[in-house]
Design a protein. Sequence first.
Length: 342
Amino acid sequence: MSSIIACYLIGIAVSNGRVWAVDNNFLENVAAASMVIGLPLLLLGVRIQDSLKYARPMLLAFGLCCFSGLLCTGLVGYYMAGEFPDAWKVSGMLTGLYTGGTPNVQAIGLALDAPADYLVLVQAADVLLGGAYLLGLITFLPAIYARFYRKTPGEEEHVEIAAVEKVAAEKQLAQTGVALAIVAISAGVTFAVTGGLDNVTLLILSLTTLALVAASMPITQRLGNTYPLGEYFILVFSVALGLMADFRELAANGMDLLYFSFLALSSTTLLHLLLCRLFNVDRDTVILSSVAGFYGPVFVVQVAAALKNKRLMAAGLAVSLLGFGIGNYLGVSVANLIRYLA
């Protein structure tokens, strides 16, 4: 069991076992803070030239993921239109979810005037089903996928970031200071452009850009290996996310939405896997492209850490941000198309 899985399961056990009261607002802040600090720490160790080598296959795999999401979610929405009220709205929300991630669900739900309980229950279903698939992607599924997909270039070098490295406390403070400086500048840019800090896409884009620019500067080499400290913040994020995963509301009120989500997710995943096999995409790119589409950039970082592959992290983040940008357009378009046809 990896440390990431252990943190997830501990959080889920505490939340669903009602071990103690959980404050979701506080946990959302903890999760957000740990991710925005951990992200630049992980990216400071990225080699830009190596990452560019994998940009093209990642974009191809992500395009196949988006196509699969559009087709399968649209077909499931059309199929469910006669059985489920406002199926077209749910289909649009799920399309946004499978091409851009959770923030698109909220935006599309508001754009389509979906009932408030739909927003809650769709995301609860995603936590259960998508969370189960995510756990598979960072545990046993990579070994299974390795039987069907070719090796990722440089796969034999993944072990280099798995090794435990002791870093002096003074150096860790310096690493944290640089990460906080990147966060502060990114927050300032976001606030200056939008007048607030609610634009997650712009914030993550700024964080990613600044961290990659810093990674290319020789002075950052003095910081040493920032990856272990960044991974620690990812573990904090995993615990917080597990604590927010309460499945009882879904069981009480959302079984129809759970069935809807299951059909959409399973068909999208299967078609994406088949298309990637047809186009001879390597294993890690298949995994990270689906994570970029289904879960968004924060999970790209987490899964790349679990795969011990930081070479693909920058490319995965790039396509996940692209998904954020196009997800709302695709979701609203699919919803209105199903409404017209049904």
